[in-house]
Design a protein around this ligand. Structure first.
Ligand SMILES: [Zn+2]
Length: 189
């Protein structure tokens, strides 16, 4: 079976479909592509929100904001994330997901990571992780999240919902380790 095969019958006219072929009756072609998901990486140099407006560089970060999921993968933790609506700007989607799942207002900044997600073979996605800067609001879990809390980058919860989140967190932890020796503790803090 081809990876593009989704419908057995044409969703437009009801004719039986063969894999990898357009509908013999009306010409409809089914496509199956990964869907875009966005995630917001909010870093802190302590187990608490940074001061509003302050950007924490990956090299200075020790913690990342995670949410505990209540929908799919209930009970497991993930970086706040969600689907991009059809007409929605991708950065606006990241800010909206942060607001809905954590209660926080954030500025969406540069891309932290882009990865193909294959953990669910029936629902492949392309994940875009954005660094976000805290602007305001108090942590209040909502929508698909039952809890929101900072987790140490070097010791995240063992129960993470998505393997790619773990890769992102491990890369951020390495970035902290690499710059740890020359982080200007006396200068900036
Ligand atoms: Zn058809």
């Amino acid at each position: 079976m081809g990876t593009g095969f989704l419908f057995q019958f044409c969703p437009r006219c009801g004719e039986a479909l063969a894999p990898e072929r357009p509908c013999p009756a009306c010409g409809y072609r089914q496509y199956r592509n990964p869907v875009a998901v966005v995630a917001g990486v909010l870093l802190s140099s302590e187990d608490a929100l940074p001061s509003p407006g302050r950007s924490i560089a990956p090299g200075q970060a020790t913690h990342i904001l995670l949410v505990r999921r209540s929908g799919t993968h209930a009970g497991a933790w993930c970086i706040p994330c969600g689907y991009v609506d059809y007409e929605e700007d991708i950065r606006a989607a990241a800010a909206r997901e942060m607001r809905e799942e954590t209660g926080l207002r954030v500025a969406v900044e540069e891309i932290c990571a882009v990865k193909s997600n294959a953990h669910d073979p029936e629902n492949r996605t392309v994940g875009i992780w954005f660094f976000v800067r805290y602007l305001g609001g108090a942590i209040r879990a909502g929508d698909d999240a039952s809890e929101a809390a900072f987790a140490p980058l070097r010791n995240p919860p063992s129960e993470l919902a998505f393997p790619t989140d773990r890769e992102v967190i491990e890369a951020l932890a390495r970035a902290g380790q690499e710059s740890g020796g020359r982080s200007a503790r006396g200068a900036g803090e």
